[in-house]
Design a protein around this ligand. Structure first.
Ligand SMILES: [Zn+2]
Length: 682
């Protein structure tokens, strides 16, 4: 189901509270431009508008978007590059078996609508026959096992079939992989879509029921109205068993170990022997059940509801799942509900857009190889790695001086910073796609085979020791994945490009922009979020009560500082709401500055465009936060976002001594803070 899967792509994976959506955290900025400065403004009075004034005067929010920043530019640029690479692979004839051939043929097959049309519903025939042959709870259970797929992760979404598999390091032992069983089986994305009794949601369910009927009709099934009503009723019951989505982020609620033998007693209904056999995990002795109520409840429904009802449900989900590679009548009906009704899109995107998303989803690291070969060569990776090692060295020097951390906690923090694995750009070892066959003209077959390949690849990890350098985000995505368990961070090549990071560009700007961004994320390992995972990514607090109290006390000044920012006449920032992110911004800025100084190895930086290295460092930091946005989005951000508006994130510089020196900021300047009023948590 393409809409749900696309959402998962931009999110992060973790069995942790620390899922950090890269879009908000990793805003990007122009790193080497002095043209965007407004020299009529004194830096010490309004640093954000000094750094960005000229840019802000010309920045226009594109139609259909709520805001515009350099991240928008970066995303647009990367999207275009990925599109070009995939289309070029499709237009040429790369060597058979090469990743370019697979990428090109996957895309071309998806685009070949006439071939898809000509095949009609026959690609589903074999699978439909298997469903029709189900004649007992045992064979139903066995079939459900075959639908277990691994496209889900701990937080980003529920599987579109009964249960999803997520193979990841254990939250209590990062040395090994464990099988997490996740809730799934709903056609609509949210549990509340089924349970909310408001007229609006009741109307949505009516539309979903009509959609179910339409989909079943397209598969030549009779009596579709009655069947659709029953299938919807079944999904409502499944939804009742589901845990709320918010709970999925709470590892303390979701880290439930079940032995293989527990399923029979804790969740009677499904024939678990048959289920695990066909799912390919019959040898697996233990599982983590992410949402026990869903497993128990869904299993009970297998017992209580008729095999015939389940067969209709399975037929529906089979068609939905492959709608994008079935005839136009099917994909159009799918879009009418998921695109228009649920997502508010008036017009289906160009098919090529779906084809690119599908190719990325199926062959993420294959596209990633093509992308990095052209746009992120080994020299770029080496540059980024050097910066990361300076950041780590800076943290190692800074931690012993923290005033709020006790000596024994500092030892644990040092162990954690030593154990932290940071990946930049692309993996050292790529996924080997040699056993995945991609054949031009077989859109459905290619999707099936890719799903199976990715699922088997995930399940195979269960028999291997955990790979501490496992790569978790496709290089061509503009984003980052921060995991506390295991203790790893990954920054994609799509993010490490100008203006955020320029492999051939100015060091001072790189450290002020990308450096401060990466250092921000590292700091979360040591703050209230990261405090519940140790150096090995095991669940368990490592701060003392005294550390926590001192940390909170030190943070109060920062709360007050941000409470004082009022971008709208009737609305001020809530310092408490944005505190955790502000602390990370401060830690990131201070540490990135240390790292920048380290990178100079005692030399003085050159002057470029009339700016010293120190000036360019802070300028890049402020330019990273530029954003054009409507008042409505600004208002919503202030009310709901845990990140402050960019202007005030940029004003973090007020707490940093080096900024005062770099820009000669003195008492009387509007941003000037007396030394005793500056915040020094880090
Ligand atoms: Zn953050």
């Amino acid at each position: 189901m393409i809409f749900l899967r696309a959402a998962a792509l931009t999110s992060l994976f973790a069995c942790t509270l620390a899922l950090r959506p890269a879009p908000a955290d990793q805003n990007t900025g122009k790193v080497d431009s002095t043209e965007d400065i407004d020299r009529s403004i004194k830096a010490g009075d309004d640093f954000y508008h000094y750094a960005n004034g000229s840019w802000l005067k010309t920045a226009a929010i594109p139609a259909g978007q709520a805001s515009y920043d350099t991240r928008s530019i970066l995303l647009a640029k990367t999207t275009q590059r990925v599109r070009d690479l995939i289309q070029q692979a499709a237009a040429t004839q790369p060597a058979k078996g090469s990743v370019a051939q697979k990428v090109g043929d996957y895309y071309a097959s998806f685009m070949d609508e006439s071939s898809i049309e000509a095949k009609g519903m026959t690609p589903l025939a074999d699978e439909m026959a298997v469903i029709s042959a189900i004649n007992s709870k045992k064979s139903l259970s066995a079939y459900l096992g075959t639908t277990l797929n691994s496209e889900v992760d701990g937080l980003t979404g529920n599987a579109d079939h009964v249960f999803g598999a997520w193979v990841n390091q254990s939250c209590t032992d990062s040395q090994r992989y464990v099988f997490h069983l996740l809730q799934g089986g709903l056609g609509m994305p949210d549990r509340d879509d089924y349970l909310d009794q408001s007229p609006k949601m009741a109307a949505l369910r009516d539309q979903y029921r009509s959609h179910i009927a339409a989909m079943l009709k397209l598969a030549d099934i009779d009596d579709v109205e009655t069947r659709a009503a029953r299938v919807l009723a079944l999904e409502i019951q499944i939804a009742q068993a589901h845990a709320p989505d918010a709970d999925a982020a709470d590892v303390f609620k979701q880290n439930n170990p079940w032995k293989r033998t527990d399923f029979v007693t804790k969740a009677p209904g499904i024939d678990w022997g048959a289920y695990f056999q066909t799912a390919g995990v019959s040898e697996q002795p233990a599982f983590i059940v992410w949402q026990p109520s869903a497993v128990t409840g869904t299993s009970a429904l297998v017992r209580s509801e008729s095999v015939d009802l389940w067969k209709d449900y399975l037929r529906l989900h089979l068609i939905e799942h492959y709608a994008s590679v079935l005839p136009k009548a099917v994909s159009a009906e799918h879009f009418a509900f998921y695109g228009t009704r649920l997502s508010g899109m008036q017009q289906a995107p160009d098919r090529s857009q779906d084809a690119i998303a599908a190719t990325n989803a199926a062959l993420g690291q294959a596209v990633g190889q093509l992308y990095t070969q052209r746009y992120f060569p080994p020299e770029a990776k080496a540059r980024a790695k050097a910066m990361v090692s300076d950041l780590i060295a800076a943290y190692r020097a800074r931690i012993p001086n923290l005033t709020w951390m006790s000596p024994q906690t500092k030892q644990k923090a040092m162990a954690k910073v030593d154990a932290l694995r940071i990946g930049v750009g692309y993996p050292d070892r790529w996924i080997d796609y040699s056993t995945l066959e991609v054949t031009r003209g077989e859109a459905f077959g290619n999707m099936r085979r890719a799903e199976s390949f990715n699922r088997l690849g995930n399940l195979a990890k269960l028999n291997q020791p955990a790979d501490p350098d496992e790569w978790r985000i496709d290089p061509q995505i503009v984003g980052a994945v921060i995991l506390f368990s295991p203790n790893t961070e990954t920054f994609s090549a799509g993010m490490l490009q100008p203006p955020f990071f320029d492999p051939q560009g100015d060091l001072a700007s790189n450290y002020g922009s990308a450096g401060a961004g990466i250092a921000h994320e590292i700091s979360h390992s040591f703050d209230e979020l990261g405090n519940i995972y140790d150096d090995q990514g095991r669940l368990g607090s490592w701060w003392t009560a005294d550390d926590l109290a001192k940390y909170h006390a030190a943070a109060e000044k920062l709360v007050a500082q941000f409470n004082g920012y009022c971008p709208l006449p009737d609305l001020c920032v809530s310092g408490r709401q944005v505190l955790t992110e502000n602390i990370a911004d401060l830690a990131g800025l201070l540490t990135a500055h240390d790292a920048y100084v380290l990178s100079l190895k005692g030399k003085t930086d050159v002057v470029i465009h009339g700016l010293t290295g120190e000036q360019r460092f802070f300028l890049a930091f402020a330019q990273r936060w530029r954003k054009a946005q409507s008042e409505a989005t600004l208002r919503r951000q202030i009310k709901t976002d845990i990140h402050s508006p960019g202007e005030y994130r940029s004003d973090t510089v007020r707490n940093v001594e080096a900024w005062y020196k770099a820009y000669d900021v003195i008492p009387g300047d509007k941003l000037y803070l007396r030394p005793e009023d500056r915040v020094g948590i880090w």
